[in-house]
Design a protein around this ligand. Structure first.
Ligand SMILES: Cc1cc2nc3c(=O)[nH]c(=O)nc-3n(C[C@H](O)[C@H](O)[C@H](O)COP(=O)(O)OP(=O)(O)OC[C@H]3O[C@@H](n4cnc5c(N)ncnc54)[C@H](O)[C@@H]3O)c2cc1C
Length: 282
């Protein structure tokens, strides 16, 4: 039987198992593209489920072949952030230890604004003991430019993205032009002084801005990377690689695919079209 992700979310989700995700990572590697693997899931409410998620991430880190790069993305609510910060820190520190043993890197994804400060606080605590960990900041939040300045001062590795959750106008820009302006300001700060920032967007205006800015400032292509999501703009990945840029694709996998899939549909109506088209024609 074909499982639901296989038919519905297959454009955006690599598969249900770590092995299928790694196979996608190998195909990307053959094209000169890096990957960060994401075991899908969030908002875990019991300790046993959080422990299982952490173990699955440790297993993943050990399974990824070195040539593909052991790079994963995790969400702290999946590691029990809403249960207890100490518990979450304990599980996440274990993942970071495993990552260190295998020469890997762990990116902490950013979730909705209810979790922003707690995620940053937890990251700072983890960062004291590990330098193989980075954070994500969301350009749509009013606070983010200050967070970026602080991250740059601390030497933290940042992925900048627009932000994927529905946030109120009291704390977030809601007009796309304002979000783009904030993204540009944050990206420039990171490119000027941040260690190996990740520029995560499919927005051609922003990609073009980063290319022009780095060229003008003499910032080498090896000093930052573009990141895009599995299934979105695959031809552009190859063009960027051909132009000498570093490109990393976020490769999600697992059975808890619905919230991720729903965010992709909500943020762009063309994504709904892609799904319908793949149901009818593939
Ligand atoms: C690697 C990665 C990691 C992320 N991690 C997080 C995270 O931790 N937390 C979080 O909140 N969000 C995360 N996001 C999601 C992010 O916040 C945005 O919700 C998402 O990337 C959509 O914004 P966008 O800038 O890519 O483009 P959009 O705002 O969706 O699109 C803007 C424009 O880009 C162009 N475009 C977009 N998609 C396509 C396409 N498929 N083909 C052609 N043109 C296209 C079009 O011109 C479009 O009008 C991540 C995104 C990426 C790429």
């Amino acid at each position: 039987m074909i499982s639901p992700p296989a038919v519905l979310a297959r454009r955006f989700v690599a598969g249900e198992t770590a092995e299928t995700a790694i196979a996608a990572g190998r195909r990307l590697h053959a094209r000169g593209i890096k990957a960060t693997f994401d075991l899908l899931g969030e908002d875990v409410g019991d300790r046993e489920a959080a422990r299982r998620s952490a173990e699955a991430n440790e297993r993943l880190l050990r399974l990824i072949p070195p040539e593909v790069e052991r790079n994963i993305s995790i969400k702290l609510t999946m590691m029990g952030l809403d249960i207890s910060e100490d518990f979450c820190l304990e599980l996440t520190a274990r993942i970071l230890d495993t990552a260190r043993q295998v020469g890997g890197f762990v990116r902490i994804d950013m979730e909705g604004s209810r979790h922003t400060q707690r995620t940053i606080d937890a990251f700072h605590k983890l960062r004291r003991a590990s330098d193989n960990v980075g954070i994500v900041l969301q350009a749509y939040l009013h606070r983010t430019e200050d967070d970026v300045k602080e991250a740059v001062a601390r030497g933290d590795r940042v992925r900048i993205c627009k932000g994927a959750y529905k946030e109120p106008p009291e704390i977030a820009w809601t007009k796309m032009d304002d979000i783009r302006a904030s993204f540009r300001r944050c990206a420039h700060l990171l490119l000027d002084r941040g260690p190996y920032p990740a520029i995560a967007t499919h927005d051609e205006g922003l990609v073009g801005d980063v290319i022009a800015y780095t060229r003008e400032k003499g910032i080498g292509k090896e000093r930052f990377e573009f990141q895009m999501l599995y299934g979105l703009r695959p031809r552009r990945w190859d063009e960027l690689v051909a132009a000498g840029h570093q490109v990393r694709i976020y490769v999600p996998y697992g059975t808890h695919w619905f919230p991720y899939f729903y965010r992709r549909l909500r943020e762009r109506k063309e994504n709904v079209f892609f799904v319908v088209k793949s149901l009818v024609f593939d």
